[in-house]
Design a protein around this ligand. Structure first.
Ligand code: GKR
Ligand code: MG
Length: 430
């Protein structure tokens, strides 16, 4: 089998005005849909975060993908790594994470997932079987709570009937207070059945966010796992001070402060497991993580760890060094969600409910429309590949959104400045 064609389609999906440490989400989130088509006309798909640099990177590896055997992923990986060398441009600046900096891992990850989908379809087996087979049929996800402004983003988002479901109503309503977040959490859990809650912090003064955590604990009881993620805008001192207040109340505290050294100091001083998708985000970061003890839990993300098989390798390393494993997300549609679920189904030590932004989006590019959570879980079936087919009409429509919306990069700082002129991202705000 050979890869005869490689399609890269940028799309823009409606995204609500969600607040985070980097600013505000734009009305559209950018994603890229990647397809590899075999010479016997089977196609495999993947999805990754979008942006002009991502598109350029994917286009630049076309010649390393077309003509190749999709089963020979190691050779494709080697060639993509050699192509990028040690280049690290393309950082998503405001959050100062290294999420987008590992260009080879990002480009190869997208090619790999599409190839695994293609192989799965060719041999009639689900992607999780290509990762060694599932150890669970159901993958739990957590409710991802955000302080937000009114609205649901984009044009399609605004067209949602706010009375259609409890959640649509909650998604329209502002939730800038602890009560608003509790209401949002209740609506989200009612609608999707999630059993764990994650609050995106780093938006308001730490005490407000800590109070929100306690309001959630009060409303949901002490047995509902809670997480808070200030995206590293707290100083070490702030993280220790407010971390101590939350001892016993959090399942984990995610990226309270910046960098492995700072995280290690907080880890020593506060009796709460620390998690990260910011200070340990690649295999190169693992020696530092182990040496310093910067976190207890790593949030995997196949979009920037180099694909699904690399994420399985990460899981083994986590087990070896006593790290827990959870999963990170960004605004996305169902192709990514399915890939995340196949990975989580196959990894025994991925024992935390995974993050997902999925409830915040409303459009889909897959046949059958929006995927359904069953009591907070995604059920991983036996359909070949990722178990998704592209809805070509929706793909075209969302691509048109991309062309029309004029966004080429995620820029939460610029978006925030539209509502708060002069607002500036700060690496350490509190
Ligand atoms: O969607 O605003 C957001 C999040 O802040 C996202 O960009 C983060 O990458 O969800 C992510 C996280 O856990 O840090
Ligand atoms: Mg995070």
């Amino acid at each position: 089998m050979r890869i005869a064609d490689f399609h890269v389609t940028p799309i823009a999906i409606s995204d609500p005005p969600l607040l985070n440490a980097a600013g505000l989400h734009a009305p559209y989130a950018l994603r890229v849909i990647v397809e590899v088509v075999s010479d016997d006309n089977i196609y495999g798909v993947s999805e990754l975060p979008g942006g002009a640099d991502v598109l350029a990177d994917l286009e630049s590896v076309r010649h390393l993908v077309v003509g190749r055997d999709p089963f020979r992923l190691n050779a494709i990986a080697r060639d993509i790594e050699a192509h990028f060398g040690s280049a690290t441009s393309g950082d998503w600046q405001p959050m100062r994470t290294t999420i987008h900096s590992r260009r080879a891992a990002r480009a190869f990850g997208a090619v790999e997932v599409a190839c695994l989908d293609l192989i799965g379809k060719a041999v009639g087996r689900p992607v999780c079987d290509l990762l060694g087979g599932k150890v669970r049929d159901r993958v739990p996800f957590s409710a991802y709570l955000f302080y937000k402004y009114e609205g649901a983003g984009g044009e399609l988002g605004f067209a949602i009937d706010p009375k259609a479901t409890d959640w649509a109503a909650a998604r329209q309503a502002a939730a800038l207070t602890p009560d608003g977040i509790v209401a949002q959490a209740q609506a989200m859990c009612r609608e999707f059945g999630f059993k764990s809650l994650k609050l995106k912090g780093g938006v308001f003064a730490p005490q407000i966010e800590v109070d929100t955590i306690f309001a959630l604990r009060e409303a949901f009881g002490p047995h509902t796992p809670l997480r808070l993620d200030p995206n590293a805008v707290w100083s070490v001192e702030t993280a220790i001070r407010y971390g101590k207040q939350m001892e016993g109340a959090l399942e984990y505290l995610e990226d309270p402060t910046r960098g492995q050294e700072g995280m290690a100091q907080v880890a020593k001083a506060v009796n709460i497991p620390l998690a990260t998708n910011m200070c340990t985000t690649s295999f190169e970061d693992l020696p530092g993580s182990v040496r310093l003890g910067s976190e207890h839990i790593i949030l995997s993300d196949h979009h920037f760890w180099g694909g699904l098989r690399a994420s399985v390798e990460l899981a083994r390393i986590c087990r070896t060094f006593g790290r827990g494993l959870s999963m990170h997300s960004n605004s996305h549609v169902g192709i990514s969600l399915r890939a995340m679920a196949h990975l989580a189904a196959a990894v025994p030590n991925l024992t935390y409910a995974c993050d997902t932004h999925y409830p915040w989006q409303c459009e889909e590019v897959i046949v059958g429309g929006r995927l359904q959570f069953d009591d907070g879980d995604l059920v991983v079936g036996d359909a070949p590949g990722l178990g998704v087919e592209l809805d070509r009409a929706m793909l075209a429509r969302l691509h048109e959104n991309y062309v029309k919306c004029g966004l080429t990069e995620r820029d939460d700082e610029a978006e925030m400045q539209k509502v708060q002129p002069g607002w500036k991202f700060m690496e350490t705000r509190w």
